[in-house]
Ligand binder design. Structure first.
Ligand code: NAP
Length: 309
């Protein structure tokens, strides 16, 4: 077997487009489909074939890569595409889904004789564009050589978590990692909101924790978005982060684990979304700290958004 594959990519949003581009760059034959075709069109310049339907995108594929919004979306799109696939086709499922949906997707794969890899990714827009994601993968060891070149094109590293995609060990690890990402995002937004409310210069806070164990690159990345008001384009949108926070809470509940911070974060994302920030970077959860959500005021005693001020 050569190292190049025919890959059908379903979903060319923030992450899917970057992944498809890197697959094409690595020499794979790439066919892409996106619900909103205009978002897939630019990939033609990278050598990808832009398909009009999911079925067209996956025809003759060695590997199908799904990078859609959530479990329900993947089920809907793959129910349409799967009948066009020959049994034994590899399906790399990278969308972040909940544990219940992961089970439904595994059942769909079984029904159509597809070889499923539960393969969520860690890393956001910029690492996706650089082909430096971390792929978390669970699926059969036998035949991995089919999917490995795909993971290698989109990621800097693949972390194998098991051989049974239906057990969703990769998705479990991804949900744990995202609970950390979401908590750090919420903590960053609240620290900056409190600093603003108390009249504390954020730089004083950064200087205080510099070079100590409380400092972290992620704080500076998300605080930078807030302080610069650079919410667009998003690396990870508020609405998507709310979806993930709720998946995390549900996964905890299903296993007897109460997750107050994730639940509160979901509410913060929902409040920010309701105030018009759904499509902005998840750092915009910051706005949930101000006003009562019934108006568009951006900060204490202000009528404009406080970003950068
Ligand atoms: P995104 O830009 O919003 O892309 C979502 C994709 O899903 C788009 O292609 C969208 O199509 C499609 N979609 C949504 N609803 C659909 C429906 N009903 N039918 C068909 N297609 C539908 O989001 P993203 O940031 O790339 O995230 C994609 C997945 O990766 C999510 O599960 C997310 O949690 C996960 N993830 C994201 C990041 C990140 O940092 N952004 C990192 C790791 C994992 P349209 O273009 O037509 O809306």
């Amino acid at each position: 077997m050569t190292d190049t594959r025919t890959v059908g990519v379903l979903g060319t949003g923030i992450m899917g487009a970057a992944m498809a581009r890197n697959l094409a760059k690595a020499g794979h034959t790439v066919r892409v489909w996106n619900r909103t075709r205009a978002k897939a069109e630019p990939l033609a310049a990278d050598g990808a074939h832009v398909a009009g339907t999911p079925t067209e995108a996956v025809r003759d594929a060695d590997v199908v890569l799904t990078m859609l919004y959530d479990g329900g979306t993947v089920l809907e799109v793959m129910r349409e595409a799967a009948p066009a696939l020959r049994p034994g086709t590899v399906w790399a499922q990278s969308t972040t889904v909940g544990l219940e949906a992961a089970g439904e997707l595994a059942a769909l794969a079984r029904e159509h004789g597809l070889v499923l890899y539960d393969a969520p990714v860690l890393g956001t827009k910029q690492p996706a564009e650089a082909g430096r994601l971390t792929v978390l993968a669970a699926g059969p060891a036998e035949g991995r050589e089919t999917v490995t070149p795909v993971f290698d094109a989109v990621g800097a590293r693949t972390v194998w978590t098991g051989e049974d995609a239906a057990a969703a060990t990769a998705t479990r690890l991804k949900l744990v990692a995202n609970s950390w990402v979401i908590a750090a995002t919420a903590a960053t937004g609240e620290a900056l909101a409190l600093a603003k409310g108390l009249g504390v210069d954020p730089q004083g806070f950064f200087d205080l924790i510099a070079d100590g164990p409380l400092d972290m690159g992620y704080l500076h990345a998300k605080a930078g978005v807030i302080l610069d008001g650079a919410y667009l384009p998003p690396s990870f949108a508020v609405a998507t982060a709310e979806k993930d926070a709720r998946l995390i809470v549900q996964a905890g509940e299903a296993h007897g684990v109460r997750l107050d911070v994730a639940a509160a974060s979901a509410e913060r994302f929902a409040r920010a979304a309701a105030r018009g920030h759904a499509g902005e970077d998840m750092a915009a959860a910051y706005f949930a700290s101000f006003g009562d959500g019934s108006d568009d005021s951006g900060g204490p005693g202000e009528s404009a958004e406080p970003a950068g001020s």
